[in-house]
Design a binder for this molecule. Sequence first.
Ligand SMILES: *Cc1c(COP(=O)(O)O)cnc(C)c1O
Length: 361
Amino acid sequence: MASRIYNFNPGPAALPLPVLEAAVEGFIDFKGSGMSVAEVSHRSALFEDVLNDAVTRTKRMLKLPDDFMVLFLQGGASLQFAMIPMNLIPPGTSADYINTGTWSTKAIKEAEILKKPHTVIASSKDRDFKYIPKDFSITPHAAYLHITSNNTIKGTQWQSFPEAGSVPLVSDMSSDIMSRVFDPKPFGLIYAGAQKNLGPAGVTLVIIRPDMLERVPDDIPTMLRYTTHSEKNSLYNTPPCVAIYLVQLVLKWLEETVGGVEAAERMNREKAGLLYKTIDQTGFYQGTADVDSRSLMNVTFRLPSEDLEKKFVAEAQKQGMGGLKGHRSVGGCRASLYNAVTLDAVRTLVSFMGDFEKKNG
Ligand SMILES: *Cc1c(COP(=O)(O)O)cnc(C)c1O
């Protein structure tokens, strides 16, 4: 048995051990076919069952209305930054964006490059994206309002979603999909790169409401049109079969072993609660996000000096806890607490933090 560390990586990130074990088997002999999942036809019934099961579990766990489409696309969340304005801003309309960090900024940049009308109606850039804006007004009849539900790098998260009336919400949920319960009905489109909370890199979950598909223009390349993929159940061209297989195993684990999104949310609140409590106990650790905007998924904090931060990350690594270095653009430390990170992992981290403070505080 290989030895495993407590993995706090931001993405690619921890995957549940039972999923990896099942994947090893499927990688050699996929469902008794005598072939790897990497070797079977994407049009075989064996693979289509995997794809359809992933779709069904996504719909069930997120309580999606029946007519919402669930797609598995390539190009990462980053390609969605461009596909969304290409497909969903019809001529004569304009989209709203709220800028809450690095990923929102990149999403806005694509609308700009495409010269698609858009307005940034709020931003938290004035204080280095440490908070989620509260005061903004949504443009009446905007094509959509784009938000980033969880800001992986800055450690902030929308605690509840904006009331946008008839304006469809579009959200990048790459780093918090399936981590908490929310009402999907106001969303025209939700997207998430798999490598945070859903599986390995290489596939992106896209959930789209049917009225959004009516907007898709035909003067954009085939692969970049949502309708191409919705009409073919994500099988227009060869999909990333291995990545989709892993996502299906993660969804099955989430539903059958964890007990679904409600149960995951309870566990995620407990994990983040433990860590924030430790951070807030004394002045040694400093949380970087405003308290009312804190993320349950990515907990960002600083130590009294950069030297101590380096030492903290190195000693944690020695004690079997990896991935605690903050994003290169912000420094400091970050613990990512996705669904596959266990309470045990967080308890171990918190106890290490207490010891580290005693020795270095
Ligand atoms: C990681 C991340 C991305 C980038 O995803 P790719 O799949 O690498 O394109 C985008 N948005 C958020 C919120 C992320 O956490």
